[in-house]
Design a binder for this molecule. Sequence first.
Ligand SMILES: Cc1cc2nc3c(=O)[nH]c(=O)nc-3n(C[C@H](O)[C@H](O)[C@H](O)COP(=O)(O)OP(=O)(O)OC[C@H]3O[C@@H](n4cnc5c(N)ncnc54)[C@H](O)[C@@H]3O)c2cc1C
Length: 426
Amino acid sequence: MKYDLIVVGGGPGGLMAAKTAAEDGLKVVLIDRKRNITEINRACMQIFYTHKITGSPETEEGKARADGYINPVSVELLPDKCRFHFPVPGFSLDYDGNLLPYYNWIGLSPSGYQLHRHKPNNKIWAFFYQKEVFLAGLLASAQKAGAEIMPETIGMGAENTPDGVRVRVRGKSGEQTLEARAAIAADGVTSAIVESLGLNKNRKVMTPPFKIIEYEMEGVETNLPRFSLIRVTIPSLNPFGPVGTGLMAEGRVFLWTMTVGTLSPSTILEKFMKHPNFASWFHHARVVKKMAAGGGPGLRTQVREPVAGNVVIVGDATAPVETWIQGAVACGYLAVKAIEKELNGQKGYPEYINWWQKAFAFNDPHYWKVAGIFPINKICSDEEVDYLYSLFQGRVGCDVGLIANNLELIKEGRPELYERIKAVTT
Ligand SMILES: Cc1cc2nc3c(=O)[nH]c(=O)nc-3n(C[C@H](O)[C@H](O)[C@H](O)COP(=O)(O)OP(=O)(O)OC[C@H]3O[C@@H](n4cnc5c(N)ncnc54)[C@H](O)[C@@H]3O)c2cc1C
């Protein structure tokens, strides 16, 4: 066979897999449908998490509401670059782009009551980093180690053979079939490879398709601490999700929101910028770039065993929500290590499956019960959100976690609201 490994998809998971495999001496080809593989044209907050983020640290249910990759990752600042350390599973990556610290994660009600998702204690819980620069570093390392890169090539489906795998691809010169001893599906949330292998059949759809819009903005001025991630909950504006801001390099910020159905996320952002309580943030602001995300089938339950024959799935392709960039990278690394073991006659796939089941919060049995996408925006008015936030003002945790864990407090003050919330949380 021409290749040991075919990697479909050149996001963080696929690029890390190609780099790892090539550096370990495997003959690897990576295909991606994009022309410029590392260019980011989908919305992404580009947050690198250095702490586990909890829904509410007070109870097991609250803790389980954290999503994403749960193994700690750290950042080492060197004179001329940064180094990201992944103690589990055990590798480091250099990065030489911008880095900005996040000290606060603040939830705001319509009138400005605050909840803190992370204890405000001068400790950094995450960084903004540039995904494009990070991915470019992975691509350069993969190419340097000899990985073949095929841009503008779509993976259409995979089938296992007795001694390997065949992947059907379509590029500029037409269709062809690539063959290898193993393949990695890293083609993201709408993975054609996962679909072709039948792994989506038993996945339950949990939400309707959603739409996300993200504006990159200059000149936004809030009265909140500077290095903060902010989420504002205003049901009358967005009955599905929050409006948020996040950090970007060069003093810019992201402004984003998500919706379902016919509601336009851009309309929500435009209205938010004129909202009487928040318009002052935008007096000198200007939109520099707009990016979208979403579509697809909506959030689906995860695949618990992300290996099918000689194909290993990494990153978002079998996840219900985001694995995060760092989680996808860890998947890419470990998928290659598992494949190498199998090629040497050892059992690598059970280890990979076992790690997958433990490394992501969405595999916690509590996750769906608590995450259950408790619709605070849908069942509360603006005034009720103000009331709930004022009740927990200054506490640490996310709004739904604090509410679900303190129902008795709400019962005392607002029995009717308590009944409504109880009906959706139990
Ligand atoms: C709005 C939003 C904000 C986010 N913010 C953050 C954040 O702040 N921090 C964080 O860590 N994560 C964030 N994420 C999540 C993060 O982007 C993903 O978890 C991560 O990118 C998953 O990596 P992946 O390699 O599995 O897939 P992807 O990044 O989706 O990469 C898939 C790759 O496969 C290619 N591809 C797709 N289909 C095919 C095909 N059929 N053939 C060939 N190529 C194909 C695509 O072009 C792409 O390059 C965010 C996601 C969204 C939507």
